[in-house]
Design a protein around this ligand. Structure first.
Ligand code: ZN
Ligand code: ZN
Length: 423
């Protein structure tokens, strides 16, 4: 350890806290909940916050929880963790692996797994809140602890904001969040500016006209329209977006028809778009609309395709100045060998909506969770280490837990430190 400018961050966390966080992590991991259904997890978080003396508001935007830890005059700092898991079957073989089932928003019943690490995010934030609650002389101001539902579906942050976050709670000076990554456990990745892509998910219904498969002239074939659209969509990035810009268009689901000799009435596609800047995003989305409209026109369909938005994540943009401060605090607390500037990632987040709602800077960073020995073995064997959204994603508990708790405290301490801080 080098010098410690924000005394909130203990060099070592209390052993009983680590035991508690390990237990709560394993419990939440074994009992994952799908997006917007995080009732049990929210109950655990709210119970902790109440026990620590926070003012607690439950059911914010569905299952969201907001805790206010007030400690005199000073800035408010928003700390956020998301709580939801994913619809897939865990294959880690861990003793605390999930066997939980659930029904997703499309009505599909299946297994549920914390394969994005949001269980770790909850444990980190509970730990950071306990340290803050028990060391009030080391800081001043208000900590706004946010446990958010529905990150994976892009619904949760929006739902909390629409439930009056800005009106109901004090205006923070900064919003801070962190995500578990498959990088070596105990390391931190940061980046100023755009760090994660925008994501837009759409469901498109193509309307045709059904007929016997032997009489295509009586039909307007939605399968041919869908097939043509899928190929045409790939020309948007290759022909309408310049080589210095980036975007991805993926059709991840395509359903139509039941039997081989019947032309169905409709085809249903679900697609996803990733982009890093607003102009590119708008151009790609407009290109998609045009292709579907043109396909219907070309086929002589009676109706234009219907487009429903399944989810939207804005690009995650880290405030330049605030991020450099946070990165500096990480380097001080963890040493430069554990802290690195990272490339942009194409995954997406709705964390940025909180900063945007208040018009305040936000900073989001990544904390590694893979045992370095596992990474070394994988490199030797030219194998892949399971990352986020992989059913075998199995973060090592230490030092992952303590790194996330201390990273959150190191960052928050910049604004909460008694001598004015960074506000
Ligand atoms: Zn995820
Ligand atoms: Zn995630």
């Amino acid at each position: 350890m080098t010098s410690d400018p924000a005394p909130i961050v203990a060099a070592a966390l209390p052993a009983d806290l680590l035991d508690e966080l390990e237990a709560v992590y394993k419990d939440i991991h074994a009992h994952p909940e799908l997006s917007m259904q995080e009732r049990r997890t929210a109950g655990i978080a709210a119970g902790w916050l109440e026990h620590l003396g926070c003012e607690v508001m439950r059911d914010v935007g569905g299952t969201g929880v907001v805790g206010l830890l007030r400690n005199g005059e000073g800035p408010t700092v928003l700390l956020r963790a998301d709580m939801d898991a994913l619809p897939m079957q865990e294959t880690t073989g861990l003793p605390y692996a999930s066997e939980t089932r659930g029904v997703d928003r499309f009505g599909q019943d299946g297994f549920v797994t914390h394969s994005c690490g949001h269980d770790m995010h909850v444990a980190w934030l509970l730990g950071a809140t306990r340290i803050l609650a028990e060391n009030r002389s080391a800081w001043r101001g208000t900590v706004m602890v946010v446990f958010q539902p529905g990150e994976e579906t892009g619904e949760g942050a929006r739902a909390m904001i629409e439930d009056g976050m800005v009106r109901r709670f004090p205006r923070p000076v900064v919003a801070l969040g962190q995500h578990l990554s498959p990088d070596p456990a105990g390391t931190i990745g940061w980046r100023a500016g755009a760090i994660m892509s925008a994501s837009d998910s759409w469901e498109v219904t193509i309307f045709g006209r059904g007929a016997h498969g032997s009489m295509p002239e009586k039909s307007i074939d939605p399968i041919v329209m869908a097939a043509s659209a899928v190929l045409n969509l790939q020309t948007i990035v290759s022909r309408q977006i310049g080589m210095e810009e980036e975007a991805v268009v993926t059709v991840g689901s395509l359903h139509a028809g039941t039997s081989e000799n019947t032309i169905p009435e409709e085809a249903l596609l679900r697609l996803n778009v990733r982009s890093f800047n607003e102009q590119v995003r708008a151009r790609v989305l407009e290109g998609i609309r045009r292709i579907f409209r043109a396909g219907a026109l070309g086929a002589g369909a009676d109706r234009e395709p219907a487009i429903a938005v399944l989810g939207e994540h804005p690009a995650t943009r880290n405030d330049e100045a605030a991020t450099r401060l946070v990165a500096g605090a990480f380097a001080t607390h963890f040493g430069t060998d554990r802290v690195h500037e990272m490339p942009r990632v194409t995954a997406s987040e709705d964390f940025g909506l909180f900063g945007a709602a208040w018009g305040i800077p936000s900073v989001f960073w990544f904390v590694g969770g893979t045992d370095p020995a596992v990474l070394d073995a994988a490199e030797r064997d030219h194998a892949q280490v399971p990352g986020n959204h992989n059913p075998a994603f199995a973060p090592t508990l230490h030092p992952t837990i303590e790194t996330g708790v201390r990273a959150m405290l190191a960052a928050a301490g910049l604004w909460l430190a008694p001598k004015g801080g960074a506000a």
